[in-house]
Design a protein around this ligand. Structure first.
Ligand SMILES: Nc1ncnc2c1ncn2[C@@H]1O[C@H](COP(=O)(O)OP(=O)(O)OP(=O)(O)O)[C@@H](O)[C@H]1O
Ligand SMILES: [Mg+2]
Length: 250
C-alpha cells in the first residue's frame, strides 16, 4: 500500500441548520483503495458524501484532496479533480437512450480544462464508450433503448456507467445496491472489482448491509452518529463477525 493520500477528512463537522450530523469525522483514503462505509439509518453516510463533494458546506474541520483543502471549492471543481458521486437513488435522463445518457455524462466530464492527477500534471482520459460496452455487455445491443424503460438493476448499472465514463480517481457510491435484485448486485460487484482494479479507481461505498461491501472493499469503516467507531481491514471483520454486530445490531 502506498503512503500517498488521495482524500483526507480531519475533525469534520457538518449538518443541516443548527443540527450537526458529522461530529468530528476523520478518515483517509489512499489512491486506488476501496472502503465500505457502513452505518445504520441516519448515521451520516449520505451527509459524509455530500460534504466531500462540496454539496454541503462543512462547519469545522478539513477535507483535503491530494493534501489540498477543498472546503471552499465548488462541486464542479471537486468533480474535475477526479471525484465522481453517484447519489442514493438513480438520476438518469429517463427519456434519453442508454447511449445518450452516457454521451451527456462524457461531455460533462471532458471539459477542456486538464484534470489534475495526483499532482503529476498528466491528464487522465475518460473511459470511452467501447470500454463501457465491454464492462456492461448487455448495454451494447440495447444502446438505443430509453433509460426509463430499463429494470431497476439495469438503471443502476447505467447510472454507474455514467459515473465511470469520467474515469474518476475516486468513485463515491451511496447505497448503490438498495432495492436491486441479488443476482444483479453480484454482477455489479464483479464489474466494480474489475474496473476499479484495471483503471486504478478508488472506491467509497456507503451501505447498511455489510455483506455487500465485504469482499469488494479492502477496508470497512463503521459510522455512528457522524463519527468513525470502527475502521478495520475487511479480512479482520470477516474473521470476527461479532465485531459489527455490536454496532449494527445484526
Ligand atoms: N436535508 C436534510 N435536512 C435536515 N436533516 C437531514 C437532511 N438530510 C438528512 N438529515 C438528517 O441527518 C441525519 C443523517 O442523515 P444521512 O442521510 O446522512 O444518513 P445516512 O447514514 O445516509 O442514512 P440512510 O442509511 O438512511 O441513507 C439524519 O438524522 C437525517 O434525518
Ligand atoms: Mg443515506
Amino acid at each position: 500500500m502506498t503512503d500517498r493520500v488521495l482524500l483526507s477528512l480531519r475533525g469534520v463537522f457538518a449538518g443541516y441548520g443548527s443540527g450537526m450530523v458529522l461530529q468530528g469525522m476523520s478518515l483517509t483514503l489512499a489512491p486506488g483503495e476501496r472502503v465500505g462505509i457502513l452505518g445504520r439509518n441516519g448515521a451520516g453516510k449520505t451527509t459524509l458524501m455530500r460534504s466531500i463533494m462540496g454539496l454541503l458546506p462543512i462547519k469545522a474541520g478539513t477535507i483535503c484532496i491530494d493534501g489540498e483543502s477543498v472546503a471552499a471549492w465548488p462541486t464542479h471543481a471537486i468533480a474535475r479533480s477526479g471525484l465522481a458521486y453517484l447519489p442514493q437513488g438513480r438520476e438518469l435522463f429517463a427519456a434519453l437512450s442508454i447511449e445518450d445518457n452516457l454521451r451527456v455524462a462524457g461531455l460533462a466530464a471532458h471539459t477542456p480544462v486538464a484534470r489534475r492527477v495526483g499532482g503529476e500534471g498528466s491528464v487522465r482520459s475518460g473511459l470511452n464508450l467501447e470500454a463501457i460496452w465491454d464492462l456492461f455487455g448487455w448495454m451494447r445491443s440495447r444502446r438505443t433503448e430509453r433509460a426509463g424503460q430499463l429494470s431497476g438493476g439495469q438503471q443502476q448499472q447505467l447510472a454507474l456507467a455514467r459515473a465511470l465514463i469520467a474515469h474518476p480517481r475516486l468513485l463515491l457510491l451511496d447505497e448503490p445496491f438498495e432495492g436491486v435484485q441479488p443476482s444483479i448486485v453480484e454482477e455489479t460487484r464483479q464489474i466494480l472489482r474489475e474496473v476499479c482494479t484495471k483503471h486504478q479507481i478508488a472506491l467509497m461505498i456507503a451501505e447498511q448491509d455489510a455483506e455487500s461491501v465485504l469482499g469488494l472493499c479492502g477496508r470497512v469503516v463503521l459510522m455512528e452518529r457522524g463519527m468513525v467507531v470502527l475502521d478495520r481491514p475487511s479480512e479482520t471483520v470477516q474473521a470476527n463477525p461479532t465485531l459489527l454486530e455490536e454496532f449494527l445490531g445484526i
